[in-house]
Design a protein around this ligand. Structure first.
Ligand SMILES: O=P(O)(O)OP(=O)(O)OP(=O)(O)OC[C@H]1O[C@@H](n2cnc3c(O)ncnc32)[C@H](O)[C@@H]1O
Ligand SMILES: [Mg+2]
Length: 205
């Protein structure tokens, strides 16, 4: 008997997320497809929480494709900035998805903040909708605690990784081996929490 394979659409235009989530899923029963493969444009991120935006993204992609969809809404919350850039991490410097400008703005905002007060966390909410009207989405959150460096470090990862420091490993996020980042990151934790429910949903479908 061959196990059923499930097509899942990633409701994101972020190439870094696609690479990480494909790696993290690593399951022959799930084929993760970028929404761009189906010509799906970005959803409007009008929610006031990560959960709302993850659902908005997944619903938009599920509606456009007729397939189950996974939304990922994530961001970096910095204590000295009262949680900013937070929900608006991708748009922090105005344009969308310009990591260099976002990082420059963040470092400038924290210029006079000493190391001990540079605490921050990455947050990731993942939401799976089996179809656009699914009233019972699978939702999971992951958090990764760290601090903001005073200059970029390392070449791995994406987004804000070059300025995020993991005190538990005494390394920058962009210096970590990809497999290690996946194990400890906000996204890795969220996916681990979602995984069993996702596989159970496949078995039922
Ligand atoms: O909305 P989609 O299309 O999924 O792509 P996006 O890049 O706009 O994604 P978000 O709206 O969720 O914004 C997340 C922001 O947080 C950053 N981010 C999320 N996860 C990250 C990670 O693991 N490492 C570094 N930066 C991350 C990312 O670069 C964005 O600036
Ligand atoms: Mg976005």
């Amino acid at each position: 008997m061959t196990a059923a394979r499930m097509k899942l659409v990633l409701a994101s235009s972020n190439a870094g997320k696609l690479v990480e989530l494909r790696d993290l899923l690593g399951d022959a029963r799930i084929e993760l497809h970028a929404q761009s493969e189906f010509g799906v444009e970005d959803a409007e991120e009008t929610g006031l929480t990560f959960v709302e935006n993850a659902l908005l993204k997944a619903r938009h992609a599920a509606r456009a494709t007729g397939l189950p969809a996974l939304g990922d809404d994530s961001g970096l919350c910095v204590d000295a900035l009262d949680g900013a850039p937070g929900l608006y991490s991708a748009r922090y410097a105005g344009g969308h998805g310009d990591s260099a400008a976002n990082i420059a703005k963040l470092l400038a905002a924290l210029r006079d903040v000493p190391e001990a007060a540079r605490t921050a966390r990455f947050v990731c909410v993942l939401a799976v909708l089996r179809h656009a009207e699914d009233p019972q989405p699978l939702i999971a959150e992951g958090v990764w605690e760290g601090r903001i460096l005073d200059a970029p470090r390392g070449r791995g990862g994406f987004g804000y990784d070059p300025v995020f420091f993991d005190p538990a490993r005494a390394m920058g996020a962009a210096e970590l081996d990809a497999a290690l980042k996946h194990r400890i990151s906000h996204r890795g934790i969220a996916l681990a929490r979602l995984r069993d429910a996702l596989l159970a949903a496949i078995r039922r479908s």
